[in-house]
Write a protein that binds this ligand. Structure first.
Ligand code: 2GW
Ligand code: MN
Length: 297
């Protein structure tokens, strides 16, 4: 569990001068009710996190699926920008899941960084492409990926890095605040409400609405997460159901039952369509514009 203190003003300001503490972000929530830090720009020292990670000699996995048109459209930029911004200076192994290994762009990788390509079958419906990821990830975490990485991030491919995404984001389990919903009242959050679905959340349940475009953690924690979500998806399918936001609904249910050890602010996965906001200082990942009509059936 987290150790962040409750954010009282006396901790945020200097007793004598009243000046704001250099690591304070008094305008945003920086700690969950269960004591996990919510990481905002300026609340951590990136050099400290970097040093700690280097001392531990970590290998960090980054998984991404690029199936069908998403391969040509998004993968190269995702990887090129990850080379610039994702866990710079650490040992990194990318896992690209695709049905066309030969079409994966050859991106020049920095020292200590490697890319593995895993073949997956192409699902017919886009909802199935997205949902099949949980099952595939679970298997990969039980195989080579799980043996070679200590921590893993699982990400959507339709986004690119725009700022440092470093070891400050690492923890036993990590959830991403959804940039559309982080300031919405809880009753409006788009959780699954159908009581027959494994992903159901009753009124009054749910801490935050998390985005499935970024989640991470230790191999063991992610084995649990992916097993839970794959099981829920299969349970729903057997009953002819599909949760409102597919795998994301099940992810939200998992993090309600098993609180994340760290939460990333919307700066870590920002939607440029929302425009500039005072509290969004330095976005780390930017969503590609949604082209649903073009790309979805
Ligand atoms: C998905 C939707 C429509 C058409 C195509 C695809 C598609 C997705 C595809 O053709 N090929 C492919 O590789 N994907 C992978 O699935 C890719 O990694 C992509 O980033 C991911 C999720 O699909 P995406 O990014 O189009 O969906 P979003 O951005 O609306 O995602 C949120 O909701 C999803 C469930 O509906 C997932 O939970 C996702 O993690 C969320 O970010
Ligand atoms: Mn996406």
């Amino acid at each position: 569990m987290g150790v962040c203190p409750s954010a009282t003003m006396s901790l945020l300001t200097d007793n004598f001068t009243g000046a704001l503490h250099p690591w304070a972000r008094p305008e945003v929530l920086t700690c969950t009710p269960w004591g996990a830090p919510i990481i905002w720009d300026g609340t951590f020292d990136p050099d400290v996190a970097k040093q700690e990670a280097t001392q531990q000699n970590l290998t960090i996995g980054l998984t991404v699926f690029a199936v069908g048109r998403y391969l040509e459209k998004y993968l190269e930029r995702f990887l090129l920008t990850a080379e610039q911004h994702f866990m710079a200076g650490q040992r990194v192994v990318y896992y690209v899941f695709t049905e066309r290994p030969g079409a994966v762009p050859r991106v020049a990788l920095g020292p200590g960084r490697r890319l593995r390509v895993e073949r997956v079958v192409r699902e017919r419906r886009w909802q199935d492409v997205s949902m099949a990821r949980m099952r595939t990830l679970h298997a990969a975490l039980g195989g080579r990926l799980g043996r070679e990485a200590h921590f893993v991030f699982c990400m959507d491919v339709d986004q690119h890095f725009s700022g440092t995404f470093g070891p400050e984001a690492l923890a036993e389990s990590v959830a991403q605040l959804h940039s559309w919903h982080y300031h919405w009242p809880r009753w409006l959050l788009p959780f699954e409400r159908d009581a027959h679905s494994a992903a159901v959340m009753a009124r009054g349940e749910g801490d935050f609405y998390y985005h499935a475009a970024v989640f991470g953690g230790s191999v063991a924690a992610l084995r649990d997460l992916t097993a839970h979500c794959a099981r829920g998806l299969a349970w729903d399918r057997a009953r002819g159901l599909e949760a409102r936001w597919h795998d994301e609904s099940h992810l939200n249910k998992f993090f309600w039952l098993h609180k994340p050890a760290k939460v990333l602010s919307p700066e870590f996965c920002w939607s440029p369509d929302l425009g500039p906001r005072a509290e969004i200082r330095r976005p780390r990942l930017l969503w590609a514009p949604k082209e649903y009509r073009l790309l979805r059936d």
